[in-house]
Design a protein around this ligand. Structure first.
Ligand code: NAD
Length: 277
């Protein structure tokens, strides 16, 4: 395995016996999170949308290292497909303890040029997809209740949000609206189910080097511009997010409920004001 195995070992977090479903796990942050959860001992359902091959390759990496994983295709914006992927998870591993609702996409356009299709596509995946997956997870967590010795919670949900749940983003209003929606979806749901020991939280990454922003990160000039927005002075790595997801999924964060954890190198600190505005 890669860096994750060592990093996970150093964190000393064990998820043995637990089952995790990670959506959009064939690439980027989702793949890193799936690998980290597997390295901590969880059985992992690697959801993918259209890229079966990298999802299968990830499953093989996990099983070759002695872990348990399956790949399961589904469009998170489709109710029937979401139900099917949860059924596959139960068939394969018998229970579910962790959902990482990670799938997301961008369809960028200046506001006046944005088509309804671009708007709908982003909302369907980034917000409706999070709703459908979280709802299926809550229903399953309720059926199971708290399983003593496995986890102090009946289940954990981690929504993948973005710094753009708080930072307005011209040219990306569909994306920012979807992530703003994720914030109140997450907090309202957390409030509703906390008494049942279901923990719901979110992660808001800043700029993490993945396919979603490769056009910016791989272009030296645009990368330079991007770095001006990051006080910590580097673009984030998938592992930065994977470690946080692992912690949020574990009992180490048992009293963390309804919180968004920003992993952004300080991007939300209004860096333009560093020199007194
Ligand atoms: P990515 O493009 O590598 O990953 C997105 C994943 O979502 C892909 O695997 C894709 O197949 C999947 N997906 C898209 N539509 C889907 C659908 N309908 N059903 C199921 N899966 C679908 O990019 P990433 O950076 O790894 O993004 C992961 C999440 O992190 C997204 O929600 C994104 O908004 C969020 N995020 C990323 C960054 C960043 O800088 N990379 C910053 C903030 C938030």
């Amino acid at each position: 395995m890669n860096l994750n195995a060592k990093a996970v070992e150093a964190m000393d977090i064990k998820l043995n016996g637990q089952v995790a479903l990670v959506t959009g796990a064939s690439s980027g942050i989702g793949a890193g999170v799936a690998e980290a959860l597997a390295a901590a001992g969880a059985a992992v359902v690697v959801n993918y949308h259209s890229q079966a091959e990298p999802a299968q390759a990830l499953v093989h990496r996990i099983t070759d290292a002695g872990g348990r994983a399956i790949a399961a295709g589904a469009d998170v914006g489709d109710e029937g497909e979401v139900e099917r992927v949860f059924a596959q998870a139960l068939d394969a591993f018998g229970r579910l303890d962790i959902l990482v609702a990670n799938s997301g996409l961008q369809r960028d356009a200046a506001f006046a040029d944005m088509t309804l299709q671009q708007w709908n596509e982003v909302l369907q995946t980034n917000l409706t997809g999070q709703f459908l997956c979280a709802r299926a997870a809550v229903r399953q967590f309720r059926r199971q209740g708290v399983c003593e010795g496995l986890s102090r919670a009946a289940g954990k949900i981690i929504h993948m949000s973005s710094v753009h749940e708080v930072i307005p983003w011209a040219g990306h209003v569909n994306y920012a609206a979807s992530k703003g929606g994720v914030n109140l979806l997450m907090r309202s749901l957390a409030q509703e189910v906390a008494a049942e020991r279901i923990r719901v939280n979110a992660i808001a990454p800043g700029a993490i080097a993945t396919a979603i922003n490769s056009e910016v990160v791989d272009d030296p000039q645009r990368r330079e511009e991007l770095l001006k927005l990051i006080p910590y002075g580097r673009v984030g790595e998938v592992e930065d997010v994977a470690r946080a997801a692992l912690w949020l999924a574990s009992d180490a964060s048992d009293y963390v409920v309804g919180t968004t954890l920003f992993i952004d190198g300080g991007m939300c600190l209004y860096p333009a004001f560093r020199d007194n505005g």
